[in-house]
Design a protein around this ligand. Structure first.
Ligand code: BG6
Ligand code: MG
Length: 220
């Protein structure tokens, strides 16, 4: 039986995928490295250092470890400048309702975010107390698409992976959910999330009844 729903944060609950994107774009422009939407899409769900490596694939010279460290910090400074100003209005429409529905259905709720800023963001958005467990990049060692983060979230909730649904806006996240042995709901464009078991256009379309009242085979 379904016992828990594990949500990604950036681009699923918070309107911050665009903020990450803008911070990378600013950095890319400053160092003269090309950056397009397809590159931005590949970075989604990938941790900070992994995202920088994706960006630098288009660079015309190699960067030292020290330089990479400085660049990753710079991007984070740009990102932090923006999220300082965020509040509950930056929740994606329907996000709070989606989480509350899961709780009201008697299921557990966890967060699995690759962001080291997840804790701060949850506080800013005013939803920190809605989660039974929060696993962010500070608590794991292998980035999505590795299953570690979703497995750690299930473990923290005390439920088995096959009793969980994961909700993600990134291809790397869908892969992580599947590798963990969970069913995956994609939020966004079907083309980018082709591997998901179900794709919804936005979190506003999330209806827990889809998963609790129909057999898994009917939607998966
Ligand atoms: C993910 C985002 O949630 O967190 C990525 O989808 C981001 O775009 C990653 O790179 C890491 O975030 P942070 O805040 O630790 O740099
Ligand atoms: Mg995301």
């Amino acid at each position: 039986p379904l016992k828990a729903v594990i949500f990604d944060l950036d681009g699923v609950i918070a309107d911050t995928a665009v903020v990450h994107h803008a911070a990378w774009k600013r950095l890319a422009d400053e160092i003269g490295v090309p950056f397009d939407d397809a590159t931005g899409e590949r970075m989604k769900g990938v941790d900070r250092r992994g995202s920088l490596d994706i960006l630098l694939q288009a660079a015309t010279r190699p960067y030292t470890e020290a330089e990479k460290h400085t660049l990753a910090t710079r991007k984070n400074d740009y990102y932090r400048e923006q999220i300082e100003h965020l509040g509950p209005r930056n929740l994606l429409p329907g996000a709070r309702t989606a989480i509350e529905q899961v709780r009201q259905a008697g299921l557990k709720v966890a967060l699995a975010s690759a962001s080291r800023n997840a804790g701060l963001l949850l506080e800013r958005l005013g939803i920190a107390d809605l989660f039974d467990a929060v696993v962010d990049a500070n608590r794991i060692s292998r980035s999505k698409p590795d299953p570690e983060i979703f497995l750690a979230a299930a473990n923290a909730l005390g439920v088995a992976p096959d009793e969980c649904i994961g909700v993600e806006d990134a291809a790397a996240g869908i892969a992580s959910i599947h590798a963990a042995g969970m069913a995956a709901v994609g939020i966004g464009q079907p083309l980018a999330l082709a591997k998901a078991d179900l794709v919804l256009p936005s979190i506003a379309a999330f209806d827990i009844g889809t998963f609790t009242t129909t057999r898994t085979a009917n939607w998966r």
